[in-house]
Design a protein around this ligand. Structure first.
Ligand code: GLV
Ligand code: MN
Ligand code: MN
Length: 434
């Protein structure tokens, strides 16, 4: 029986696998810093709890497990001396998150291991392996979102060996530094380099993720091949004016930081919407001193900027900077910015795009020969992994395209398709030269 026929013969196993993914997404959603909503940030007690659960699920599959030096949870199966095909995604969340962003990708990868593993010496119970020319590893990355420290992709950057010593000084909203948070979590900052993997240890990185946008839902398609992941930059911006009496200060004497920052936020929308494949978002906006009867003297806000290409993203930032100079100059305000995150666009490897497309075709043979190919506007761990490995991604339909929101959804049927397609992609990769 060919390997594809093997998967075709396993519809019940795949349906059960999808039900397990949905149930485990529910279980992980209950591990939250806030009751009634989902919030699980890097190096928190909730991070430790989901790592323990993921490790348990990995061991159940016969995987060898470890938590790496940056708090990523890893499981491995197969020849201990062979290079590994990495699969995975992240278990951290944004604030008031949905339950599938990242999480579904980790759990789908575990189900792929379950489908593909075979008894190590022909008999169940004596350990498991995978009938592939490489080992399989599942990585549950610890920080993709950057919710706690502003800098995204901390977990995957450690694995990629691109950790930057300047990040140790980053602080969270309570003033806790990244270095301190490492120590409190039980990690040694001096050993973060040990999480780094060498390119020769890796066959590639394959990730399944919900789309986080409406393209597949609109097209009525359950799955897509990802062609590239958007480049990103994030900034912390400060506008300074003058705090004065709200009643006594005539308009010609005001330097209202809130109005300048508001004009800036509108400029972000205007400039970004006018460009192809550029998205700009002001997601955090705070006025000081924050009193009803005081003109705001200072505003701090965030800017998240993404583009298909690094050059177009940077060109938009230059245009925005000029616009901010104009707005603030006209209003007698000052502004400054600090870049807190930067990641280049990552283009999925042609071979991994091919095997993901082959996986989709094997899973949905009645559809067209050419599965949809989508550019990801959302960021993913593959952006960091691209520094050391070929990256491939499979997108699953996200009803209504809603994500980073409690209503985020994916259907069990699409998860079943996703599990099968990813398993087929792994098998197809196994049939190619290393
Ligand atoms: C992660 O979801 C991001 O794109 O910000
Ligand atoms: Mn996300
Ligand atoms: Mn994600």
């Amino acid at each position: 029986m060919s390997t594809t026929a093997l998967l075709r013969a396993a519809p019940d196993a795949i349906a059960a696998a999808a039900r397990r993914v949905m149930a485990r997404c529910d279980e992980l959603a209950r591990v939250s810093a806030e009751s009634g909503s989902i919030e699980r940030v890097y190096l928190s007690p909730e991070h430790a709890r989901v790592n323990r659960l993921a490790a348990e699920w990995m061991r159940e599959l016969g995987m060898q497990t470890w938590q790496d030096a940056a708090g990523n949870q890893v499981g491995r199966i197969g020849d201990p001396s062979a290079p590994a095909l990495l699969m995975g995604s992240h278990l951290d969340t944004v604030i008031d998150a949905g339950r599938y962003d990242g999480i579904a990708g980790v759990l789908i990868a575990l189900e792929v291991v379950r489908l593909l593993r075979v008894p190590a010496d022909g008999e169940a119970g004596d350990g498991w392996t995978v009938p592939l020319p490489f080992a399989l590893e599942v990585v549950a990355f610890s920080d993709e979102e950057g919710t706690r420290f502003g800098k995204a992709l901390l977990g995957s950057s450690a694995v990629a060996g691109t950790w930057d010593a300047s990040w140790w000084a980053l602080t969270d909203a309570d003033g806790v530094s990244l270095r301190q948070a490492f120590l409190e979590f039980g990690l040694d900052p001096g050993r973060v380099g040990e999480a780094a993997r060498r390119p020769d240890e890796l066959v590639g990185y394959l990730e399944a993720h919900i789309e986080q946008g409406p393209e597949l839902d609109r097209a009525g398609e359950p799955l897509a091949v990802v062609s590239s992941i958007a480049s990103a930059r994030r900034f912390h911006l400060v506008v300074e004016g003058e705090a004065r009496h709200a009643g006594g200060t005539p308009y010609d004497m005001r330097h209202d930081a809130l109005l300048g920052a508001s004009e800036a936020a509108l400029a972000v929308e205007r400039i970004c919407a006018g460009e192809h494949h550029i998205m700009g978002t002001v997601g955090r906006f705070e006025a000081f001193p924050g009193a009803v009867n005081v003109i705001p003297g200072e505003v701090q806000f965030s800017l998240d900027l993404r583009g298909e290409f690094d050059a177009s993203r940077d060109h938009v930032w230059d245009a925005l900077s000029r616009q901010l100079d104009e707005i603030m100059g006209r209003r007698g305000l000052r502004w400054r910015s600090r870049e807190v995150h930067s990641a280049p666009a990552v283009f999925c490897a042609p071979l991994l795009q091919d095997v993901v497309a082959g996986g989709i075709r094997a899973t949905l043979p009645s559809r067209s020969d050419a599965p949809p190919v989508i550019f990801s506007r959302a960021g993913h761990d593959g952006m960091a992994l691209g520094a050391i490995a070929e990256v491939g991604m499979l997108f699953l339909r996200n009803p209504d395209g809603i994500s980073h929101h409690p209503d985020e959804a994916v259907s069990a049927g699409d998860v079943a398709h996703g599990i099968r397609a990813l398993a087929e992609a792994v098998l197809l990769r196994g049939a190619e030269p290393r």
